[in-house]
Design a protein around this ligand. Sequence first.
Ligand code: 3HC
Length: 340
Amino acid sequence: MYTQALDVPDIAAQQAAPHAHGASPAEANFLARIARDEKIEPQDEMPEDYRKSLIRQISQHAHSEVVGMLPEGNWITRAPSLKRKEILLAKVQDEGGHGLYLYSAAETLGASRDDLVDALHSGKAKYSSIFNYPTDSWADIGTIGWLVDGAAIMNQVPLCRCSYGPYARAMIRVCKEESFHQRQGFDIVRALCEGTAAQKQMAQESVNRWWWPTLMMFGPHDSDSEHTGQASAWGIKRISNDDLRQRFVDVTVPQAAFLGLTLPDALLKWNADRGHYDFGPIDWNEFWRVVKGDGPCNAERLNDRVQAFDDGGWVREAAAAHADKRARRAVSAASVRIAA
Ligand code: 3HC
């Protein structure tokens, strides 16, 4: 639904050709490759800051995927039908898979998975603000799919063209799966909107709570975005936070109208001169409070994440013991062959 909607200008394409002046030959070569839109691969030379910036973004993204399993996992046992339960289970498992691809992509840059996971568990690492809000009703599962996954796709489709090969390739599969997630969410909300008055009210109440936090997902205004400039020059970020947010509002308003839902913003209005919807101010105090750990569910999410990791310790030990056994068998089989 969103993949063809990204006709806003690519900010990397707007950057002046990189100046090799004053750069070392290796750096000049790197910048020339970025300018030619070539993919940078793990074995290639890259500036240390590029590597660190990618580890920062990719690991935060991985953390968001695994923490994102929690609000929805909360509803697996309470899904209203077997079919909805199966779909939700598959979706939550997909999010776990996305986390794994992304941790692997970060490892190709030399990051240690243990260090990344420790940073999440100790509260040092960031993950998306959106997952610190509660899922109070079944409608929230629909709204998360429709709005939150919709926003995630809007942000992640341009990342399929990111300059770092392993991240870009992981994003292609992630976006395909996110597209299914978005559609299943829309389907839940549609079913509620076509149901009884109480069901429609449940959907409306959910959208009222999730609309503004979803707009915050895109990050601070471009003028306050610390990383956008450099990330764009390196071809990591293709479209700015504000442009993606605007694009999301523009595609979502007609969807809400189709569903018969009202988006909770009195200032939301089509602006014919701009060719976009105008929308009201975002509460950035709330955003930064949540990012800094003081949202409605930050403590609960981290506790649950650490608990899930500890509970899974025996699985990791069993997998390591099995791999060890296979490796030892392979060595003894090879020595038997040599002896023969
Ligand atoms: N939640 C938490 N922190 C946020 C944030 C948010 N919604 N938006 C921005 N921030 C943080 C940044 O990480 C950065 O912190 P840092 O300096 O400590 O790393 C700081 O605020 C300044 O923001 P910038 O705009 O300068 O940061 P970026 O240029 O990195 O842009 C981003 C932020 C748009 C989130 C970008 O990092 C990005 O595109 N990341 C990859 C996608 C991603 O992580 N999405 C998260 C949701 S994943 C998801 O929703 C899963 C799905 O299954 C639903």
